[in-house]
Design a protein. Structure first.
Length: 356
């Protein structure tokens, strides 16, 4: 968790509404200072995370900074400020932080011969499910991880001449990685749980405040569109989904890999610059969207700097430790109980509240 910078970013000095930005950011700074002076009980730490989410969103939201500023300035009390930070955390950060979903049972992925032209009849330019998206992304990405260039081991034919030229580390098991979590739209239909539909609606409502047309882009099966997926090895997919790595655009379909401190740094150091190029340009398969990756990068920075990622990591570790156990009667489980209640309360509120 990192303290908010003392001033707003220089980019806001060119805004005609710079006074509004300053007022909103000062509100976050004052509340941060007040909370830092208090006993760091679970409720204080969680309030501090939510305030810092808002402050860092002002810095990193770019196209959506105006919406964040207006929302912060509309908060008349500290409680409303905490509530707003919680809603943004739930709807915005959780939209890209996910666990890898189980792919559908589809044994039809064919082996290929990498030494010849790729021949594949199952390419879908506009996939609408996980299986089709994975197949098309594999063809687009040359059956390789986009970061390391290692071949997808499940796609190599037993008789492929390429095998004679490879060593074990040249092939890995890859997965279809969604930039925006596909779970946001899972099974949403007129017959689904209304709370689930409200959850998806509120996620897209928050995104629309950031100046993006994501509800239209990613509604329902469109979340599987090729612009929203990457072929990544299992370990890199896990880093991406847990907000440990992100991609910063430095050129046309060229990105710098950045990471949080820790093991993910090894990846960022060994593959600092990656370039996305289609293996089959003739098939016109769309590359990952720079806009989607930019939103993911902003979200990841906010989650890391605000302490939201750390808070969730601790919470999930506590859940694992206390799985199938009763809460301690000596108060040792108080932090876990408080954090669980906070998450449940926000998820319940998110199902019924759409930011105005």
């Amino acid at each position: 968790m990192t303290q908010l910078p003392p001033t707003v970013a220089l980019k806001f000095l060119l805004w005609s509404e710079v006074a509004d930005v300053q007022n909103a950011y000062d509100k976050c700074l004052r509340e941060e200072k007040s909370l830092m002076g208090q006993n760091q009980a679970p409720e204080t730490r969680w309030a501090l995370v939510r305030v810092r989410i808002l402050g860092y969103l002002v810095h990193y939201a770019d196209a959506g900074a105006r919406g964040v500023v207006d929302a912060i300035n509309s908060c008349a009390t500290d409680g409303k400020l905490y509530h707003l930070g919680g809603l943004y955390r739930q709807a915005w950060i959780r939209a890209v932080k996910s666990r890898t979903p189980a792919p559908s049972n589809d044994p039809s992925r064919p082996p290929f011969d990498a030494t010849h032209d790729l021949k594949y009849d199952g390419v879908d330019l506009a996939p609408r499910d996980h299986s089709a998206s994975k197949k098309s992304a594999l063809v687009r990405d040359g059956f390789r991880c986009l970061v390391t260039g290692r071949y997808d081991i499940a796609s190599l034919s037993p008789n492929d001449p390429l095998l004679a030229t490879l060593v074990y580390s040249d092939a890995v098991r890859t997965e279809c990685c969604h930039i925006f979590s596909e779970s946001t739209n899972w099974d949403i239909s007129p017959f689904t749980d209304p709370n689930k539909s409200s959850w998806a609606t509120s996620v897209w409502t928050v995104m629309s405040r950031f100046g993006y047309s994501l509800p239209e882009d990613l509604h329902g099966g469109k979340v599987h569109r090729l612009e929203n997926v990457l072929t990544l090895s299992q370990d890199i997919h896990a880093y991406f989904n847990s907000l440990a790595i992100w991609f910063i655009e430095v050129g046309d379909n060229e990105y710098r890999v950045e990471s949080v401190p820790g093991p993910a740094q090894l990846l960022a150091k060994s593959h600092s610059i990656v370039r996305f190029t289609p293996a089959r340009p003739d098939l016109d398969l769309a590359l990952p969207s720079p806009d989607y990756l930019a939103i993911h990068a902003a979200c990841t920075k906010v989650a890391h700097l605000s302490g939201a990622s750390e808070w969730f990591r601790e919470f999930e570790d506590d859940l694992d430790k206390h799985a199938n156990k009763t809460l301690a009667d000596n108060g040792a489980s108080a932090s876990l109980l408080y954090n669980a209640l906070c998450v449940h309360a926000e998820e319940s509120e998110e199902s019924n509240v759409v930011l105005q």
